[in-house]
Every structure is written in structure tokens, then in C-alpha cells.
Design a protein around this ligand. Sequence first.
Ligand code: FAD
Ligand code: SF4
Length: 333
Amino acid sequence: MRTFEFIRPADSAAAVATASQAKTAQQGADIRYVAGGTTLIDLMKLNVETPARVIDINRLPLDTIEPTLDGGLKIGATVRNSDLANHPVVQRDYAVLSQALLAGASAQLRNMATTAGNLLHRTRCVYFRDTAMPCNKREPGTGCPAITGSNRTLAILGTSERCIATNPSDMCVAMAALEAVIHVLGPKGSRAIPIGEFHLLPGTTPDRETVLQPGDLITHVTLPPPVAGSKQIYLKLRDRASYEFALASAAVVITIANGTVTRVRIGLGGVGTKPWRSPEAEAALTGQRANPANFRKAAEAALRRAKPQSENAFKIELAKRCLTHALQTAATA
Ligand SMILES: Cc1cc2nc3c(=O)[nH]c(=O)nc-3n(C[C@H](O)[C@H](O)[C@H](O)COP(=O)(O)OP(=O)(O)OC[C@H]3O[C@@H](n4cnc5c(N)ncnc54)[C@H](O)[C@@H]3O)c2cc1C
Ligand code: SF4
């Protein structure tokens, strides 16, 4: 790991003022915030991230979970994943989020990992993490060896000719189904970004992963009020039962009245280049009878545009079964 300057800002404004001197907010930024450090320090040890200045935001007052005036929930940027997962309101009203967080990483990592850090968690693509290899995400224009190489765990939705890396977050998939909003403080003031607009598809610029600009500090995330009568589930399929990233996962928030689906929100993980919301599956299911045949039809719709790589065609059927089973489990809970 190279040397770097460690900065402890007095408040959020000071943090933003320092971070806004960075040339970019994306990969390769020379100034970085650090929260739990479980992504950033990991990548600094590998020389994948080499910031000259690291701004510690752990002492900023961003670590509370509070109700919002409209009946929703405000989650501070530095709230630890374990605290969020075990919060009684989250367990009661946003169970899909609690389940997704507890399905991620290990207890030790969840005790350090934060809400904002998880939103910005980097891909586990092996070429991205190995500086001896080319990688368009790490070094734009060098190529994507994953397309002809090791891609079993990589994406089948939202890929481009430049990058097929999976977004590995569990938390973000649940937040997509819950329609979370991300709140940012930047050099020009505050703004709110719906989670569906926060992460970018790789396209021709896979080094740009989010809409964040230099200096932008995530301050908190809000969840809308819970949907009365909804049932929620997060189902994660992986190579081993714990401490492993998803091959496919599904976050479901579903409301059923008299046997008919009146509202459903569906997120998919392990298959997309960003946390994947499926409006196709939601449209296929809304107004339909809540039964296994219609759940399967929704899953077919969700994966219709999937593009397999050389080693991961199995993910298409896996993701369909994952979503079908999640819907069935939620419906009969
Ligand atoms: C071995 C291992 C296994 C894991 N398994 C899983 C898993 O199964 N599922 C899963 O979802 N995750 C998994 N994770 C990832 C883990 O959830 C993330 O590393 C963690 O959420 C990142 O949070 P952090 O606070 O440690 O981020 P940091 O490392 O502190 O920061 C990550 C990035 O976010 C930026 N950042 C942090 N806070 C802010 C802010 N407030 N505003 C703007 N930018 C900010 C930093 O500059 C950095 O670029 C795993 C990690 C490891 C190491
Ligand atoms: S898939 Fe993306 S992250 Fe992986 S090698 Fe290709 S460009 Fe790099």
C-alpha cells in the first residue's frame, strides 16, 4: 500500500470542501472518503485504489436511524450494516432489507460496513482486483479479459462490450425493491437521487459507476413508508451458505388481495451490472392471480433480455428459479 494523508474533518461541510478538490468521484479518485474501510482499504492493499488523501467520515454525525415525517425511515450514511439489519423498525417494516444485510459478508464485516459504503461497494471481478491484468473499469481502454476469460460469477443483465462485471451488493437489491432514495451533500448543496438512478450501466465508460461528482458525500438514505399488508423476502443463492457473494438473488415486496397481486416490487442481485430492478416482472405480475404459473411468467419476463457469457448461462435458469421461489415463499408466508 502506498502512503497517503489521513484527514479527520470537523464537519460534513469541511469533508465536502476537501473532497471536492478531487479530479473525479469515480475509480482512481485521488481523494476518497473512508467509512468502514472494508472495500476501500482492501482495494488500497491491492493497489487498485491509490488515493493520496483519505477523509475519515466516522466521526461525522451520520450514524442514526430515525423515522421521517411521512412515516418512512431515514438511515444515516455511517450506520453499520449490523445495526441496520437488527433495528426493530427495519425488522418489522422493511424485513427484506434486514434479510439482505444479514445474507451479506460475515458478522465481523457487517459490524464495520456502512450504508453508504455498501452503496459504493466495488465489483469482485478477478481482473479488476489484479493490477497485472488489463481491465476497462480500472484502466479505461485496456480491454476486458473477462469476456473471454473467467466470467462464471459475472453479469448477464446490463452488460456491454466494455464490461460485464456484476454489482455484488445484497443491500442495494433490497433497497431497489423498497424504492430507496439516496441523499447527497455536494459542493453545490444537497440533492436526492432515487436508487434506480444512482448506479450507472457500464456502457462505454465502466469506470463510471454512479452519478456522484467530486466532493459528493452521501449523508443518508430514506425509505418510503412501509406498504400496508405487504410481504417481503430476500432470497440469495450462492456457492456456499455463508461468506459468499450471490450467484443470483431476489428481493420481493408483494401485496396480495383476494388471491390477486395488487402491487409488487422486484429486485435481482448477482446477475446485473447494477442492482437490478425488474419493471418487466412487476408489470407481468400486477393484477394477476398469485400462483406458481404466474410467478414463473414474471421470472421469464425478468430474464428475457439476459445475455449469457461463456461460463454463466446457468445463471439465467438459476435466477428464474430464485425469483419464482421467492415470490411463492412470500405469497404463502
Ligand atoms: C470478504 C468480503 C465479503 C463480502 N461479502 C459481501 C456480500 O456477500 N454481500 C454484500 O453486499 N457485501 C459484501 N461485502 C462488501 C461489504 O458489504 C462492503 O465492503 C461494505 O458494505 C462497504 O462499506 P464500508 O463502510 O466498509 O465502505 P468503505 O470501504 O469505507 O468505502 C467504500 C467506498 O465508498 C465510499 N464512501 C464511503 N462512505 C461514503 C459516503 N458517505 N459518501 C460518499 N462516498 C462514501 C468510499 O470512498 C469508498 O469508495 C464483502 C466484503 C468483503 C471484504
Ligand atoms: S468485467 Fe469489467 S471489471 Fe471485469 S475485467 Fe472486464 S472491464 Fe474489468
